[in-house]
Ligand binder design. Structure first.
Ligand SMILES: [Zn+2]
Length: 273
């Protein structure tokens, strides 16, 4: 069965800092993040550049190589480093980073990997969905000040302060882990595997595509999987955009951006009954 895939920028015409792609047996979603405008970094590349290079190299590494998914991610991080080690100072903080959801069909099993707040949903036969996401970033964010309303100067200042505070916890023991310049961060990813015959489907989501469930609480996870089953990733993203448009100033759901880049991949393993 083929995979369905959608990836859209939060604002039409802007760079999409997500990346989503599939090969015959590998599915990958990458969600890039960067330092706020005006912050000095050692890297001259855009977040979108980082996300698509990491995602493309990860797809290749996980497809070509039968080693574990965490090793494939470490290889991909290392290969992206090599692409800009000559032009950029990768030892300085503020280089682009990314969260990752990755799945691979290996024989009769589905292997998975999640790094940071990307979401991987295992739609299980006769059991509730298993949600794989790393809560460490959310744990750090929960300790920070709440953001003022979207579109205000206070929000802009609060967001900058938040990003600076987050930087102090990134890829640090006791903080949270993302793909950036340290291949060793891959060892912090959540990994596992599931027999294919226990699965109806798998979904990989950037946090911009999971927010109907985990941020807005407009759907539970079975409901979100139902949207994917009935309408595919496009329907999920359209529904997310409608919810975002209903709360343009973030008063109901405080958040960093009114609309976030959103990516979803959905692959079924058995026919609909
Ligand atoms: Zn660079």
């Amino acid at each position: 069965m083929s995979a369905l895939i959608a990836s859209e920028p939060g604002t039409p015409g802007r760079d999409n800092e997500d990346f989503a792609a599939v090969s015959s047996d590998v599915l990958v979603v990458v969600d890039g993040a960067g330092a706020p405008r005006g912050t000095a970094t050692g890297c001259r590349h855009s977040v979108a550049w980082y996300a698509r290079n990491l995602g493309g190299l990860l797809l290749a590494a996980a497809t070509d190589d039968r080693s574990g998914l965490a090793e494939a991610l470490a290889v991909a991080i290392d290969r992206v480093n090599a692409l800009h080690a000559d032009t950029c100072d990768l030892t300085r903080p503020g280089s682009p980073s990314a969260t990752v959801a990755l799945a691979r069909i290996a024989g009769d099993r589905l292997e998975h990997l999640v790094l940071s707040d990307a979401v991987l949903l295992l739609d299980r036969v006769g059991a509730p969905p298993r949600v794989v996401t790393d809560g460490r970033l959310a744990d750090v964010v929960a300790k920070l000040d709440e953001l003022p309303p979207l579109g205000t100067d206070a929000h802009t200042a609060g967001l900058r302060s938040r990003v600076e505070q987050l930087a102090a916890h990134r890829n640090q023991p006791g903080g949270f882990w993302v793909a950036s310049t340290q291949p060793g961060a891959a060892a912090e990813a959540l990994t596992g595997s599931t027999p294919l015959d226990e699965l109806n489907a798998v979904a990989l989501l950037s946090d911009g595509a999971s927010r109907l469930a985990d941020r807005f609480a407009l759907l539970d996870w079975p409901g979100l999987l139902g949207v994917l089953r009935d309408g595919g990733p496009d329907a999920l993203i359209q529904r997310t955009r409608r919810a975002e448009a209903d709360d343009p100033d973030g008063s109901r759901w405080p958040r960093g951006k009114a609309s976030d880049d959103a990516s979803a991949i959905y692959r079924r393993f058995r026919e609909l009954l």
